[in-house]
Design a protein around this ligand. Structure first.
Ligand SMILES: C[S@@+](CC[C@H](N)C(=O)[O-])C[C@H]1O[C@@H](n2cnc3c(N)ncnc32)[C@H](O)[C@@H]1O
Length: 234
């Protein structure tokens, strides 16, 4: 995330909130970007927060949804949301809350995986991710398909959060090094599928496992592109 670190290198930031922090995957980036800041992370999943607490003793974690942030107006210099916009059932409500708790001269950082302009190996990642999100939805967990870049820009425009700076990040790594690792992924997909056994969607999703396997062997399996944006209130 060098471009993000460079963007903030001369800007004084004291308080950072990470929304949808999960196990703290984005906290590493926040610590590098804002080395002096006090960081708070929030997420609805107590299980994920427990894992995050074990990793980061110097970060405060609280259970909370993006759509209802339990903070005063204008509380933070930076509010981030990473890989979580497509998990929000009410994206605009979440963005409104994020906008509310950031200071008038503060910044919002969005990191979100996108669904368009992908290479064939990244399309394999999208197939895998959308298989997971489909099962999550059938299990009653809100998890929509990933957004296109334009859809993200449009929702930020509606939220009145003008873009100051953005870049795309592509990681040129293969997520399965060999067939043994691929088999592990296949096993994971099969056990996810078992959770919805008996549902009409079972027969729709089952062929996707073989599709994933043959495409991963043909093209590889690389992370989809991330879009990283810095926004302000005005
Ligand atoms: C893919 S994880 C992202 C974790 C982390 N931010 C990262 O970048 O690695 C998505 C997270 O969004 C959280 N989430 C789901 N619904 C949410 C909501 N309404 N408000 C805030 N976070 C939510 C999930 O619990 C999950 O931890």
């Amino acid at each position: 995330m060098e471009p993000l670190i460079n963007y903030f290198k001369d800007i004084e930031i004291h308080h950072v909130l990470d929304v949808g922090t999960g196990g703290g995957g984005f906290i590493h980036v926040l610590k590098k970007t804002f080395p002096e800041a006090v960081i708070t992370g929030v997420d609805p999943s107590e299980e994920a927060l427990e894992a995050a607490r074990n990793h980061f003793q110097d970060v405060t974690f609280r259970q909370m949804v993006a759509e209802k942030l339990d903070f005063e107006d204008d509380s933070f210099d930076v509010v981030s949301i990473s890989m979580a916009l497509h998990h929000l059932s009410k994206v605009q409500k979440g963005l409104k809350e994020i906008r509310r708790v950031v200071k008038p001269d503060g910044y919002i950082v969005v990191n979100e995986v996108i669904s368009d302009g992908l290479t064939p190996a990244q399309e394999v990642h999208k197939l895998y991710h959308h298989f997971r999100s489909h099962i999550d939805r059938l299990m009653g967990r809100y998890h929509r398909k990933t957004f296109t870049k334009d859809a993200i820009l449009q929702m930020l425009k509606v939220a009145e959060l003008p873009v100051q700076f953005f870049f795309e990040q592509r990681r040129n790594v293969n997520l399965v090094e060999d067939e043994a690792e691929l088999d592990l992924r296949i096993e994971k997909m099969k056990s996810m599928l078992e959770q919805i056994k008996g549902s009409a969607e079972y027969d729709v999703l089952q062929p996707q496992i073989e599709e994933f396997r043959s495409k991963a062997l043909k093209y590889g399996f690389q992370p989809a592109t991330n879009l990283i944006l810095v926004l302000r209130k005005k």
